[in-house]
Ligand binder design. Structure first.
Ligand code: ADP
Length: 411
């Protein structure tokens, strides 16, 4: 395979821009960086290259367009070899609604569809559109590809995605479960199939992506058949600052009995709950593990509830799947927290799970492999790599007429 082509991957958040230039064949990262505090008082771009860190302040209130200008004119301009190897730009897009079950080349119709989904992702989709417009202006000859977080979950059957609400809310307003983290769940599905010596279309896994946001997906024959996030990323597991599942009656209670407005409810459930809310200390799993070891009761309870809810979801996905070839942990917590993994697997002993303590403790900081004990249900840790999926999809969609087109990247 050729290794002379590169893809620029852009992930635009509401006030941030993560970027990376990587080889779509093997995922090697040549350059990566972050624009942060965009639209705020002290925006800046920082990046890492050849082991060195650099930071450049941006003018007050500068946004994605300015960050991309710095990327093009100041970072890539000193990297003419790298810039000349770019074959495509891959954009992470959080919400593609029901329109996209795969990655697509960006054209005006795709831009309109991302726009149409703004109601479903009001913070993210406008930022993605800003990033796409800025990237189109900066790289007019390069194909742009949109890779949707929701796409992998479009295979969910209707009984898994319809809420028990009046059906017209779905038909007229698109209110249904969509799921997120699809790019990560897809990556670990493909990797798990490879580790288990199975074809992707015959692998059955439960994939737990545990980061600041957390979701779990049931995968049947390589396709998502259920997932814990819903219309928005708020549903499902306990997360860093999000509550996950609560009784919807809580919202009426907060509104009618405690005079909460919509903004306060939004802040409460998205920003002040989860590990942070329960512990009263931190949303950061590592900090909570340390505090729990030092005897902090709130930290202990937060971790206990996090693991308990996760184990309940895993149990319920055994009811969804006819067979489970492996349970997979990924994301910052899933890849690194031996404590969370052990606690969850102990809770699931009745379903045949068991942990190998030595393997569990040794598997962290990017290592991959099984952590289950002999004779117990297979449990794998697989470091996720969403950027690589985006780069691969982008490279595979480059039209053959594009300069630098590399036929070896086509699927
Ligand atoms: P994001 O969703 O922002 O991408 P990450 O996937 O990076 O988040 O996960 C962040 C979480 O991973 C944090 O809660 C962090 O404490 C946790 N984490 C990272 N390393 C460790 C570790 N060694 N032990 C326990 N938790 C860890």
């Amino acid at each position: 395979m050729s290794s002379t082509c590169q893809v620029l991957v852009l992930n635009c958040g509401s006030s941030s821009l993560k970027f990376a230039v990587l080889d779509p064949h093997d995922g090697t990262v040549a350059l990566s960086g972050l624009g942060e505090a965009l639209g705020e008082d002290e925006p800046r771009v920082s990046w890492k290259q050849n082991g060195e860190r650099h930071t450049k302040p941006l003018p007050k209130a500068a946004r994605h367009t300015e960050a991309i200008r710095v990327l093009v004119e100041e970072i890539l301009s000193g990297q003419s070899v790298l810039r000349d190897q770019l074959i495509a730009i891959g954009h992470r897009v959080v919400h593609g609604g029901e329109k996209f079950s795969h990655s697509v080349l960006v054209d005006d119709a795709v831009i309109q569809s991302i726009h149409d989904c703004i109601a479903l992702a009001p913070l993210h989709n406008p930022a993605h559109l800003a990033g796409i417009e800025a990237a189109r202006a900066a790289f007019p000859t390069l194909p742009q590809v949109a890779v949707f977080d929701t796409a992998f979950h479009q295979s969910m059957p209707r009984h898994a995605y319809i809420y028990a609400l009046p059906y017209a809310l779905y038909q007229d307003h698109g209110i249904r479960r969509y799921g997120m983290h699809g790019t990560s769940h897809r990556f670990v599905t493909e990797r798990a199939a490879s580790l288990l010596n199975l074809a992707v279309n015959e692998v059955n896994i439960i994939s737990a992506h545990l980061g600041n946001g957390a979701s779990i997906t049931a995968v049947h024959n390589g396709r998502s058949v259920d997932t814990s996030m819903g219309l928005t990323p708020l549903e499902g597991l306990v997360m860093g600052t999000r509550s996950g599942d609560v009784d919807p009656g809580l919202l009426m209670h907060l509104g009618s009995r405690m005079d909460y407005g919509l903004k306060q409810i939004n802040d409460l459930l998205n920003k002040k709950s989860g590990l942070l809310g329960i512990s009263g200390l931190s949303n950061d799993c590592r900090a909570l593990e340390q505090a729990a070891a030092d005897g902090h009761e709130g930290a202990r309870l937060a971790l206990h509830i996090f693991c308990y809810r996760l184990a309940k979801y895993i149990g319920s996905y055994h009811a969804v799947l006819p067979q489970v070839d492996a349970l997979v942990f990924t994301g910052g917590i899933g890849e690194n927290s031996a404590l969370v993994r052990e606690s969850v697997l102990r809770q699931l002993q009745g379903l045949g799970y068991g942990v190998d303590p030595a393997k569990n403790t040794a598997t962290r900081f990017g290592t991959e492999g099984p952590i289950s004990s002999a004779q117990s249900a297979v449990t794998l840790v697989i470091p996720t790599n969403e950027e690589w999926v985006i780069a691969r999809d982008a490279a595979a969609l480059v039209p053959p007429t594009t300069p630098n087109h590399d036929p070896s990247t086509r699927e």
